[in-house]
Design a protein around this ligand. Structure first.
Ligand SMILES: CC(C)(COP(=O)(O)OP(=O)(O)OC[C@H]1O[C@@H](n2cnc3c(N)ncnc32)[C@H](O)[C@@H]1OP(=O)(O)O)[C@@H](O)C(=O)NCCC(=O)NCCS
Length: 160
């Protein structure tokens, strides 16, 4: 599969997508990540999460996930939606897929009356920082121990 061959469709996620997602996260992130993607996110936030699948690739089995976004409309911050995780198959990066997943989520957030989207990442994830800057997020300084001792983070925020 190459970027040129890729024609994908983006649909709302379903709880059953968890198994396909958890199977690829370590490979896509290049480090152990399964501990950050629990089944609860698909069970409870599937209706605000999205999955991209190849539409007509001869080299890829129909139904294979090539990208996903897990997000939700914050119960505690009524103006805010939050993106927990986004991932794109390494072979189809830089084709606009993550940007398309974000646009779907932004539309969902606007429909839910939200005016702001937030996310965080690890400071070592320079790809994530570059991507979020490119799609209009402001990026914080590195925040020491944001997620507890040893877990520094940078935060992202974008007005809708
Ligand atoms: C970060 C990630 C989701 C981006 O997905 P993607 O589909 O390649 O992103 P897009 O094609 O929509 O990129 C949009 C823009 O973001 C910027 N960008 C994306 N990846 C970049 C990179 N590796 N380096 C620099 N800029 C980058 C570019 O400006 C890009 O536009 P361009 O290709 O026209 O220059 C993908 O690299 C990924 O899955 N990484 C591993 C998982 C991860 O770290 N997720 C984020 C933290 S939860």
């Amino acid at each position: 599969m190459t970027t040129e061959e890729l024609d994908y469709t983006i649909r709302q996620a379903a709880p059953g997508d968890y198994d396909a997602i958890i199977a690829v996260v370590d490979e896509w992130w290049g480090r152990p990540m399964t501990g950050a993607v629990q089944r609860l996110f698909l069970d409870h936030f599937f209706d605000t999460s999205f999955v991209a699948e190849p539409a007509n690739s001869s080299n890829q089995a129909p139904g294979s996930v090539v990208g996903f976004l897990i997000g939700f409309h914050s119960p505690g911050q009524p103006d805010t939606s939050y993106i927990h995780f986004v991932g794109v198959h390494p072979e189809v990066r830089r084709s606009g897929l993550a940007g398309a997943l974000y646009e779907r989520f932004f539309a969902s957030a606007r429909s839910a009356g939200r005016s702001r989207v937030r996310a965080i990442t690890s400071p070592i994830n320079s790809r994530s920082v570059a991507f979020h800057q490119a799609v209009g997020f402001t990026v914080s300084e590195r925040i020491s121990a944001y997620d507890g001792p040893g877990n520094d983070r940078v935060t992202f925020e974008r007005e809708l």
